[in-house]
Design a protein. Structure first.
Length: 232
């Protein structure tokens, strides 16, 4: 069964975007995953196809209406649809490789992309949306965040990556940041490739890589380390 993504957006033209190219694009063409970009505006009921309104209580910006979004979600994800419903949101739980893996193992995802100040809280509660953040910064809309999430998921789908081993060795897969990489030329601007990598001694190479990974994780991402031990 292929991974089915339904994206609710005011800008369906943004999809598949970057995901129409390279590995993800080929997998999309091959039917390993599918992408349905749904125009939220099609579910507006007034003549002007309004999707947003002024915030209750006052303040700047506009808020996406619960009633219009509910119609769009119910169309994309009728009762019985087993796919998780995600809302891209800077208030959400930061996306992790573990969550990406879970999503990739499932039937797909329904993804709501916010715009303006965000969406009416009642919609989030009434449709049980899981808020997902791609980092502690503010985007102008949820679309680039949805593309980021889907890119991370699609590369894990069976058959998408040529070399499956490289997926398991990436940063975060073992709770560590990845060791540095080198390739030819043997010397670049006076900097040689570390000697151990040229030794042909696979045990020594593995130990060196592990040590580099640990040192990098401890200095750059102490949050991944607990009580001097690597998490995960
Ligand atoms: N007023 C909101 C920000 C709205 S940004 C706040 O302060 O929290 C508009 C939309 O962009 C959001 O509804 C969300 O869908 C998307 N977005 C912005 N930053 C994001 C992030 N870091 N991760 C995921 N989605 C984000």
């Amino acid at each position: 069964m292929s991974f089915a993504a339904s994206v609710l957006t005011l800008y369906p033209e943004m999809f598949p975007g970057a995901l129409g190219l390279s590995l993800a694009g080929r997998a999309l063409e091959a039917g390993t995953w599918s992408l349905d970009a749904i125009q939220i505006r099609d579910f507006a009921t007034d003549r002007h196809r309004t999707v947003d309104d002024t915030p209750a209580g006052g303040g700047a910006g506009m808020v996406m209406r619960a009633d219009v979004l509910a119609k769009a979600i119910d169309h994309a994800s009728p009762p019985g649809d087993a796919r998780p419903r995600l809302l891209m949101s800077p208030r959400g739980k930061p996306l992790t490789q573990a969550r990406v893996r879970e999503l990739a193992a499932g039937p797909g995802a329904v993804i709501l992309c916010g715009r303006f100040e965000g969406v009416d809280q009642r919609l989030i509660e009434a449709r049980g949306l899981e808020e997902v953040s791609v980092g502690d910064f503010i985007l102008s809309g949820g679309e680039p965040a949805a593309l980021v999430l889907l890119d991370a998921v699609v590369r894990l789908l069976p058959g998408v990556m040529g070399n499956a081993v490289s997926g398991e060795e990436e940063s975060f897969e073992n709770g560590l940041l990845e060791h540095p990489h080198y390739t030819r030329p043997q010397e670049f601007e006076g900097r040689p490739i570390p000697e151990v990598l040229m030794s042909g001694n696979h045990k020594k190479i593995a130990a060196w890589r592990r040590a580099e990974s640990e040192a990098l994780t401890i200095t750059r991402r102490p949050d991944l380390v607990q009580n001097g031990k690597i998490k995960g």
